[in-house]
Design a protein around this ligand. Sequence first.
Ligand code: ZN
Length: 167
Amino acid sequence: MAYQYEKSCKCGHTFLMNITKREAAFELRWQEIVNKKCPKCGNADFTDITIPTVELDKALLLEWGNHREYFLMPQDEELLLAEEKYFDMIVDILDSGQILQHKKYILLEALCVLLYDLVQEEYDTPFTDALIRELNKRRADINTSYIMDYIKEVVFPVLERNQSLQG
Ligand SMILES: [Zn+2]
């Protein structure tokens, strides 16, 4: 799959810049596309830059986990990671423990956000149980200062009520 930034110049011309998946995931060439001059009018000003969506894989998540200066953009990282499809990968990486401590806090924060989202919708699914089980198992590892109050207020009582669900 190809990854490209699409930049729309003020003159109305639109042009592309090819990037790799990891460059897209970590926005490593963001400044370059911002500064890139329009091939038609030579101006760098733009009206819009379209960012490619990246499906994270384990290699990318591990690279992110070991580089303090890498961020998963353009959303807030914990929101981007708070998806059921990333659950197994996150648990796997938390288990192997080969990432920086504060990145572990972000992964745990993402799992809390995910549980928060599920509680807002349908609660009683096998997946929710699995998620609660993983979070209860790791309660001591959760850094509460990373987690927004409105998330805490919903998620922690749910974990409390389901203490029987543990690894
Ligand atoms: Zn232009």
